[in-house]
Design a protein around this ligand. Structure first.
Ligand code: HEC
Ligand code: HEC
Ligand code: HEC
Ligand code: HEC
Ligand code: HEC
Length: 215
């Protein structure tokens, strides 16, 4: 009987299989890259907001402290988003007619809070807590960048597990003096040396076991 497959078809099928594997691998890789790309993680993009609130203006130029608006960041898991009344402390006196601020005035009239679009949003199965990070000398800027240069707020970090763990493995790269936590422009002259000193002074020991963040 004549051979159905020519000997050369062996090489051919190998090529096909190899090609298919490459293609699958390629798709997988592309899938992975898309999954962790800023587009998917939402990092580096400004988000549309009901009012174009600017940290650059309010913090960078007016110098208002983070805690004036994010009041619970030192004591609780959540930093807190300011209620309308906080805006009105000033905007009942300045820029009272500005059309841009109409949603803020409407919110005060109706009692309906402003619906800010979240910039950072971890999945529900992840536990995060602001207060411990602040208490151990991790500055807002280590995770949020220098918001005092941002008009609309965007995220500078991917918020992936690997990102959290990078710092939990090597906190000395980030720990700063506690009094500099809210200063988003502060930079150490020698972070390594200072970080190592503060890690021992503040007893910084971030955990890496799964139940730290998945509980
Ligand atoms: C005058 C009030 C005010 C002050 C002061 C202020 N913020 Fe905000 N912040 C807001 C408002 C309103 C939002 C929601 C709108 C937005 O995301 O821009 C917000 C949002 C944020 C977010 C994004 C929250 C999210 O949705 O994930 C971060 C991070 C943040 N602020 C950090 C800071 C830091 C750091 C400081 C101090 C340097 C600061 N803020 C000072 C009012 C303020
Ligand atoms: C401590 C006072 C203060 C507080 C609190 C405050 N603002 Fe302002 N805001 C100002 C001043 C001052 C200006 C600038 C007016 C000017 O440019 O002359 C301003 C300007 C603005 C503008 C105009 C655009 C810009 O950035 O120049 C918007 C929008 C605005 N604020 C929204 C808010 C919102 C929303 C809140 C509450 C989360 C808030 N502000 C809280 C003082 C304040
Ligand atoms: C160790 C990293 C880290 C540090 C340091 C940090 N944040 Fe955050 N922040 C996050 C993460 C992660 C989220 C998203 C939390 C979520 O989705 O549950 C967040 C969310 C926020 C929010 C949205 C409201 C909320 O609590 O979910 C605000 C506002 C905020 N941060 C402000 C601040 C300010 C102000 C500081 C400094 C005093 C600060 N953050 C320091 C990581 C950090
Ligand atoms: C820039 C550094 C840094 C980043 C980024 C960071 N952490 Fe931390 N984390 C720390 C430090 C420092 C501590 C305090 C360790 C200690 O208790 O001494 C801590 C503590 C914690 C704790 C408290 C653990 C306990 O003992 O109760 C939790 C939960 C936590 N981190 C979750 C997260 C999650 C989730 C992320 C990512 C979304 C994250 N962290 C990103 C530095 C960081
Ligand atoms: C320091 C905090 C932290 C620790 C410790 C941690 N995780 Fe996570 N984990 C996260 C965050 C944040 C995410 C969400 C990542 C995202 O949305 O991309 C996550 C996501 C996951 C997911 C979902 C799949 C994925 O990649 O999105 C699994 C499964 C997981 N973690 C398992 C573990 C296991 C197992 C351990 C222990 C070996 C562990 N985690 C330790 C922060 C942590």
């Amino acid at each position: 009987m004549a051979q159905v497959f020519k000997p050369s078809s062996n090489t051919y099928s190998k090529l096909v299989i190899f090609g298919a594997l490459l293609a699958v691998g390629g798709v997988g890789l592309v899938g992975y890259l898309i999954n962790t790309s800023p587009f998917n993680t939402g990092a580096y993009m400004a988000h549309a907001q009901p009012v174009p609130f600017s940290h650059k203006h309010h913090n960078g130029e007016l110098g208002i402290d983070c805690r004036y608006c994010h009041t619970s960041v030192e004591e609780s898991a959540f930093a807190g988003i300011p209620p309308t009344q906080t805006c009105m402390n000033c905007h009942s006196q300045i820029w009272t007619e500005a059309p841009m601020l109409e949603p803020v005035r409407a919110s005060l009239r109706t009692g309906q809070s402003l619906e800010w679009t979240r910039v950072h949003d971890l999945p529900d199965f992840v536990y995060f807590n602001h207060s411990i990070h602040i208490a151990k000398g991790i500055g807002c800027a280590s995770c949020h960048g220098d918001v005092t240069r941002m008009n609309l707020t965007w995220s500078v970090a991917p918020l992936t597990m690997g990102w959290c763990l990078d710092c939990h493995r090597d906190p000395a790269a980030n720990v700063r003096p506690r009094e500099m936590v809210f200063d988003t422009t502060w930079v150490a002259q020698d972070q390594r040396a200072l970080g190592e000193k503060l890690v021992s002074e503040y007893h910084v020991q971030p955990r890496q076991d799964c139940s730290t963040c998945h509980r």
